[in-house]
Design a protein. Structure first.
Ligand code: AMP
Length: 499
């Protein structure tokens, strides 16, 4: 199928051609035609599938006739994070280049004045995070009664961030007769309930995450030894040392380095800079102009190493990223999948290397259980990886996020304290650099585990494991998630329903 079969106008087809797209992606193929006819869409799809264009293109088409009145936007896109909102607005500019539609971005962290001026001039497309939108509404600067198209993007992320009450409040203010396009990477019961409430006879579309994402990522795990193994949270200096060694040997062309806590983002960033590894940082406590500028420089390649919190884990589309490093093992297994999914995109090869301490065993077990694969251990500079501590089964973390993360990285008064970050964490031990600061160029080897890992059985029916593995492949590093895509990422296409 080509874009011209979808019912789009010549101006849009021209913009799509300018963007270099040849064929629509599956979500675009399935979502654009019903959306163009005004039918509601429930899309189970994640970033990387082309979902942004699947709602942006029909919106541009529908809004091309008509004019917006002051303070009365004609359409609304709700997204959980400022970065996603900004990314959607960039997409809008690309696809809407031959249309004269006005757009406003209502996100926190930037002054409200400029946003108010835009609203006053009349806006065709409003792209907003829930908190900032409600702020404007409560100050009487916006009327929702003219909104004909509503897009809710990354609904499950909204749930994780505690935004659902705000979203429900906003949707209750919109005209009931409207076209609603609702997207979520996963469909837990809370999201299904919302979809049932907001959508009328939707066309339901499920697309798998891009298969290439997992297959093009090579994973690795370094477990550092540290002096005070009794204290959880210790080993920070050793982890920084391991990171520097990895950066020097892996030579990433660009990399995201994820930390669990914002204050560790700062520490790691300062440490790298001090050691002659120029880096930048990104976390939710930075001002919005700073976040936008940093991300922009990372996208253009002016910044090669970006130390970040999970604010960068989902949804950001940064093409051709060579590496992701987990300076900390994420405490929610699901976050691991999102973080490493930032590399190995669009058919490019990527490497995702996690640095752990022996105390991280329980989190790694949860990750390996979720993904169904062991992460191959790596040796650093000839040193064997330390052993992980055995986990007490009663102490196992849940792979999915829970209510305790509500409000993380949010706008509008829900800002978590910089000290609390993303999880209740023990205090790190005093940071004593254990090694000389300029290590010799070490050799990093990826070593597969002694035994070929048994694919862990998952509750959901798994595809049959590959029957024959050539002998020389059994020792090879496990690539990405292979066929063991976790159940939450694997969506089953519904029986085809008549349109
Ligand atoms: P999204 O899932 O919307 O974040 O899109 C992921 C990436 O795919 C973005 O870089 C888009 O520019 C790109 N993209 C979207 N649709 C297409 C298409 N039909 N052909 C090629 N690339 C696309």
């Amino acid at each position: 199928m080509s874009f011209s079969d979808l019912g789009l106008s010549p101006d849009l087809l021209r913009a799509i051609e300018d963007a270099g797209y040849v064929n629509p992606t599956p979500i675009q193929e399935q979502a654009i035609p019903p959306a163009l006819t005004g039918r509601d869409v429930l899309g189970c799809a994640q970033t990387g599938t082309g979902k942004t264009a699947s709602f942006t293109l029909p919106m541009i088409e529908a809004l091309s006739a008509g004019r917006a009145k002051a303070r009365m936007p004609r359409s609304l896109i709700l997204t959980p994070t400022r970065e996603l909102a900004t990314q959607i607005s960039e997409n809008f500019e690309i696809y809407g280049k031959y249309h004269k539609l006005s757009m406003a971005l209502l996100i926190g962290g930037v002054s409200m004045g400029a946003q108010v001026k835009k609203l006053d001039r009349g806006v065709d497309v409003l792209i907003a995070t829930p908190g900032r939108l409600l702020d404007h509404f409560e100050r009487g600067r916006i009327l929702m009664s003219d909104i004909k198209i509503l897009v809710i993007d990354e609904a499950d992320r909204m749930l994780d961030m505690g935004f659902i009450p705000d979203v429900e409040k906003i949707v209750a203010m919109l005209p009931p007769i409207r076209n609603t396009l609702f997207f979520s990477a996963t469909m837990p019961p809370e999201i299904r309930r919302l979809a049932d409430k907001f959508l009328m006879n939707p066309k339901e579309i499920h697309v798998d995450p891009p298969a290439t994402m997992a297959e093009t990522i090579t994973q690795g795990l370094v477990v550092v030894k540290h002096g005070d193994g009794r204290r959880p949270g210790g080993g920070q200096a050793e982890k920084r040392d391991a990171l520097r060694q990895l950066l020097r040997t892996e030579k990433p062309s660009n990399a995201l380095i994820f930390c669990n806590r914002k204050r560790d983002v700062d520490t790691v960033y300062r440490s790298l800079t001090r050691h002659g590894l120029p880096a930048s940082r990104l976390h939710g406590d930075m001002s919005q102009p700073e976040r936008t500028a940093t991300l922009g420089k990372f996208k253009t390649g002016d910044i090669k190493l970006l130390v970040c919190s999970d604010v960068a884990a989902r949804g950001l589309d940064i093409p051709e990223m060579s590496h992701v490093f987990n300076f900390d093992v994420p405490t929610h297994a699901e976050d691991y999948v999102h973080r490493i999914g930032r590399t190995g995109r669009a058919g490019h090869q990527g490497r995702a290397i996690t640095i752990a301490t022996p105390e991280d065993g329980k989190y790694l077990e949860a990750i390996e259980e979720l993904t169904g694969r062991k992460i191959p251990r790596m040796e650093l500079g000839g040193q064997a990886s330390a052993e992980l501590k055995q986990t007490d089964p009663s102490d196992k973390p849940s792979p999915r996020r829970g209510g305790r993360d509500r409000g993380r990285g949010t706008d509008r008064g829900r800002k978590p304290s910089p000290q609390t970050g993303t999880k209740p964490e023990p205090k790190p031990s005093p940071q004593v650099e254990a090694k000389p600061e300029a290590p010799p160029e070490p050799k990093v080897e990826t070593k597969a585990p002694e035994k070929a890992p048994e694919p862990a059985p998952r509750k959901a029916p798994e595809p049959a494991p590959k029957k024959a593995t050539p002998a020389n492949e059994s020792q090879a590093p496990v690539k990405g998630l292979g066929e063991h895509v976790p159940a939450f990422m694997r969506t089953v296409p519904p029986k085809s329903k008549p349109d």
